[in-house]
Design a protein around this ligand. Structure first.
Ligand code: BES
Ligand code: ZN
Ligand code: ZN
Length: 479
């Protein structure tokens, strides 16, 4: 599969046009109606290039669900190149639901399908006609819709990256892909190779010793020394996690290409911040590495050293993400001065699904106020975060090693695996940054097997929307 070009994937465009619906020429029109004679016995009815769709009400949840089902139906037919819909019935408040349903709900991952299954859809037009609000100008609605589209496009791109198989997203390949995507944007992309990583971030280097695919560190910079407020984003990008010598059982291993979701999510976030032209400085540190096995692989019982000389006794090579993050934390705090906020995204712990289910992310940190802000704003974009509070007793000697500064898994079975993951990485933060930090564990929500909301199968792109919203909330000078 490795010769499949990422660029080959065709993407549809979505545009908001100030025209009457009848003046827009497309192959299909979607008409959402609560009641219609065609819809007495059917949920949808296709007649003369018009698709009549029953919608029970115009609440956000229903708009998202109805449009997602409709778009998946249209994609299955795979005949139409262009479709149109009006804003009729959709209030100003529900524009996000509309764009989410149309753009996130219509997403299908077709990269590995043969030609006949490639998506034909190229254009979706939203017509301004019949817009009922009256309070907002066309320009204002247009700019709101365009912002939503920019973010959703980045979510779909992030989904593509996460869904792509490990052979196509080795640390080198995904770093190059990201470099391509940020070309001609305001984002500077610096890729550090394995020689650099071996010297500067030795623990991060060690976890991929068992792989022929060498690690890469991608440092994306936006508005360096220019922006108002400085945000550092750190992401776990394990392009495949076999567990290493502490091998995962097959049923837990096969979808481990998802283990790069943290790094890809922060790429989606910084790209969105660039596209929205926010006047802040952002650094994204993406650590890409493959956790494999060969003669040279790191082993249980090894003692490895982080950048700043802290020693870690490896008790389980499957707890590799926290090691990568430890070094990235130290590196970021050394290289970037006066940071206002540090957020890390990682598929860190399998136990999180049992704790909170698969519809939210786990939120960990020392600053309750900051966590509460995230919980509040993320609900507004329908990405829920669940507070997993630290308790001081979790910190009492839980990573004590007989021969090194730390072990990499807790030495007694005290449970709370996801919180304990947070306890470990928190020790690599300087005190002055402890209250400026959030750890978001997305292991449960970044990749799904059953369709949910506007997700079909696979990568969700969860985290981009809520993080962008939180960052705006935290940095707008008038807040
Ligand atoms: N990548 C996994 C976590 C994971 C599991 C993500 C399932 C998504 C779905 C991580 O590297 C891991 O294996 N963590 C271990 C930690 C343990 C050994 C302390 C885990 O969760 O079992
Ligand atoms: Zn692992
Ligand atoms: Zn992992």
């Amino acid at each position: 599969m490795s010769d499949i070009e990422n660029k080959e994937q065709k993407k549809y465009k979505i545009s908001f046009v100030n025209k009457k619906l009848e003046k827009i020429k497309t192959d299909l029109e979607i008409i959402l109606l609560k009641k219609h004679k065609y819809l007495i016995a059917n949920d949808r009815f296709l007649k003369n290039s018009k698709l009549y769709v029953r919608i029970n009400n115009f609440k956000d949840y229903t708009i998202v669900g109805t449009l997602t089902n409709t778009m998946q139906y249209i994609n299955n037919i795979n005949k139409y190149k262009s479709i149109k819909i009006s804003l009729y019935g959709v209030s100003n408040k529900s524009l996000q639901a509309l764009i989410d349903g149309l753009l996130l709900g219509s997403y299908n991952f077709t990269k590995y399908h043969s030609k006949s299954k490639k998506l034909r859809l190229q254009d979706i037009f939203i017509a301004n006609e019949n817009y009922m609000s009256g309070k907002f100008s066309y320009e204002k609605i247009k700019s709101k819709i365009e912002d939503l589209i920019l973010i959703n496009k980045n979510i779909n791109l992030s989904r593509d990256m996460i869904n792509s198989v490990a052979e196509d997203t080795t640390p080198i390949k995904i770093s190059n892909w990201i470099q391509e995507e940020v070309k001609n944007t305001g984002i500077e992309c610096i890729i550090k190779d394995d020689n650099y990583i071996k010297k500067e971030l030795p623990a991060f280097y060690d976890i991929s010793k068992g792989s022929i695919n060498k690690p890469r560190l991608v440092h994306l910079k936006y508005n360096e020394n220019k922006g108002y407020k400085k945000i550092v984003l750190i992401g776990k990008g394990v392009t495949f996690d076999t567990g290493g010598i502490s091998l995962k059982p097959s049923e837990y291993m096969y979808d481990m290409r998802l283990d790069k979701a943290g790094a890809v999510t922060i790429f989606g976030i910084i790209k969105s911040i660039n596209d929205l032209k926010l006047p802040i400085e952002v650094h994204a540190m993406l650590g890409f590495s493959e956790n494999m096995i060969n003669n040279n692989a790191y082993k249980p019982g090894d003692v490895i050293k982080t950048r700043n000389g802290k020693t870690i006794e490896i008790m389980n090579t499957d707890a590799e993400g926290r090691i990568l993050l430890a070094d990235l934390f130290e590196y970021s705090q050394d290289k970037i001065k006066k940071i206002d906020y540090i957020f890390d995204y990682a598929t860190l712990t399998g136990s999180i699904s049992g704790a909170i289910g698969e519809y939210s992310a786990g939120l960990i940190g020392h600053n309750t106020k900051l966590k509460n802000k995230m919980i509040k704003v993320s609900k507004q974009v329908d990405e829920w975060h669940v507070d997993l509070p630290f308790n001081r007793y979790f910190f009492d000697g839980s990573y004590k090693s007989a021969i090194a500064d730390f072990t990499n898994i807790p030495t007694s079975s005290i449970g709370g695996g996801s919180i304990m993951g947070g306890v470990f990485i928190s020790s690599f933060l300087k005190n002055k940054y402890k209250n400026k930090w959030l750890h978001i564990d997305i292991a449960c929500v970044s990749f799904i097997k059953n369709s949910w909301k506007y997700h079909n199968f696979g990568a969700t792109g969860f985290g981009v929307k809520s993080s962008v919203k939180l960052i705006i909330r935290l940095t707008k000078p008038w807040n």
